[in-house]
Design a protein around this ligand. Sequence first.
Ligand code: AMP
Ligand code: MG
Length: 350
Amino acid sequence: MKKNTRIFHISGSDNGDHLKEAGRILREGGTVAFPTETVYGLGADALNEVAVMQIFEAKGRPADNPLIVHVDSKESCMKLVRSIPDKALILMDRFWPGPLTLVLERNEVVPDVTTGGLDTVAVRIPGNRIALELIRHSGTPIAAPSANISGKPSPTTAEHVLHDLSGKIDAIVDGGEVVIGLESTVIDMTSAVPAILRPGKISKEELEMYIGEVIIAYDDNVHHVNETVRSPGMKYTHYSPESRVILVEGEHDRVVSRIKELIVDFSLRDTKIGLLVTEETENIVHADISYSLGEKDKPEQAAKNLFIGLRYLDERNVDIIIVDGSFRPDGIGAAVFNRVRKAADMIIKV
Ligand code: AMP
Ligand code: MG
């Protein structure tokens, strides 16, 4: 059934009426997309089975891929879980509100649909005023995966959400462009040694400063189709535009030479090429169309520009997107590499 998707524009001095109304829609079992500091989320009442099912339906998301539950306080997190390990408490105090999701043992108030049948639940407090007010107005924890069609690049603006989900959800809260541009770090706090299931802005090193050893339990390079994985989201195709994506990874000079060769090859084959390249590369390499990832030594810029760039080029119907993988791989750079490797049809290491 086609829905009439309402759009609420929020400005700096907003009086909150829009958020009250959007909160009411959530409380009554509807679906509302909203900005967080990471990407736009598609929210529904995490404790209402029927509401949560609408998220899976709108996104075309596989039912065994669990959702992150967004809350506005630690107290509200406590109501969803059996117990909280000391290290999880330390991380909450240090990083919440913020782009860190904790996987904890869930209790019976959380329905199976929300957790994909797992006995754990992923929880975070988002660091965004609009998201927090919306959750507060809804009066319930909000399950919210990224507000895109499953498998596509995550949305960083309300326009992206509208492009993917118009007519499929009840409302969109438009709070402008997000700040970070990549999803939260997900860390499993139920294992003997805490394990990062998805990299994000908060890096392994940062986490280790507070809780000691942390292991990496994600794999950038492959789509695990038939394997048992710790985070069900790991096994699905992700972040992929329609166009074919080729990632060229390595030191800057070599990446530039290889991209130049690729452009020559593809031009001979009458292929429309889109470049998603660092500023340094954009100054010396030219193709049909390009979008900047920002300065190569500032991976936070690549984080912000990756999804927006993939969508920008895809909408201009390029046949192929060549991504410049010469930006710094540390800090949030590790997360950018993780997303772009998953989006890539081919990875060339030079
Ligand atoms: P999304 O909200 O679309 O960014 O995806 C949420 C991510 O968190 C997916 O990769 C999920 O598999 C992961 N996730 C959510 N809940 C859990 C859980 N209980 N255990 C492990 N991973 C989870
Ligand atoms: Mg997602």
